[in-house]
Design a protein. Sequence first.
Length: 429
Amino acid sequence: MRFRGNSMNETKTAIPGKHASALGDEIVGRINQLGTISETPEHLARVFLSPEHKVAADLILSWMVEAGMRAHLDAIGNICGRYEGERPGLPCLMLGSHYDTVRDAGKWDGPLGLITAISCVADLNRRGRRLPFALEVVGFADEEGVRFASTLLGSRAIAGTFVESALNSRDRDGVAMREAMVQFGLDPDHVGAAARARRELHAYVELHIEQGPVLEQKGLPVGVVTAIAGATRLAAHLTGMAGHAGTVPMAMRRDALAGAAECITKIEELCQTDGGGLVGTVGYIDAMPGATNVIPGRVNFTLDIRAPTDPHRKRAVADIVRHIEAIAKRRTLALQVDVTHENRTVPCALWLKAQVAEAVAAEGFSVFELPSGAGHDGMAMIDIADVAMLFVRCRGGISHHPDEHVELADADAGAQVLLRLIENFRPRE
Ligand code: GLV
Ligand code: MN
Ligand code: MN
């Protein structure tokens, strides 16, 4: 694990004429601090159960304690903080986001929502303000699903939907999740202890960067999310025949990588010609045995497919699989396709979304609603609580990229809206 350099000049980005409050300053300072905790100094990467994931967890725990919360690491590595209400033991409004990252990530995806929630609690605590409900803040351990094939592992554990067989999945280096948990200091046989009951939660609300360009185009710092789009992730395995690059005639080859290349361009073509918002991404490919002078005999690649509606996504997945099966057959390659992740579209609860909109309006911003194309922990939390989300504008809509950026004034606007929402929150009748 290495600490990355920190460009502190990024904290001086307030919109001229608008003075961000201390909340925005604290949030951006902590985003920069957390952004230094990485697998390598050059590229931010903090994947589930890695040494840097643990360093980050310890730092976030200390922030929660400083904010006046009781905090602990749960059985899957979620960081859980609790700020009691007017009396101990009340059901909570749960807030949070994830603290794992993709590879070569930006600093804001996940940490903005988590750090903002902690700063809001700290603000209440400084004022000695207790509410007629408890507040809980969760730093979800794995939302991105980068290390192991599955995703939303932290929020699924809290929702009680963690699938035990996931413990046997292995990362690219062959390390099983079960072993990684032990190295992190967790007991893989007790993941079930992280589960929470529906009666303990009034609702789950997450603030997150938009990760798209819409709010910037609209000239708005924040937006109210209507629904989180579903997603399907597949792992495809193609097997042909490895052989000598100099001796096997082209017509006699069963090249798994050339087959994968044809599959990938077909997937791109199917998505490009769909016309209805279908998006498909092959984000990882591995060719074996992996030598310049050897015909690739085996290839694994991943596929992420999303669409505006679940029936649309399901039709598209079936269509794509049919096409890659046909390509494999024509090239006499063996094909295996596994579904590694599937999540339905999750609508934000109308009653809760209305309270988010109220808070946005009360802070003086136009209320604008938009769907989330990206996945979020709310997709798992929906199994135990109603869910709502607040988006914060990010520069150029760039995300899952080191250039991901949020202006200080926008981070502050998000915090002010979240704080107002918390202070005016009314549980569903
Ligand atoms: C999470 O960032 C996802 O949408 O893949
Ligand atoms: Mn992400
Ligand atoms: Mn995220």
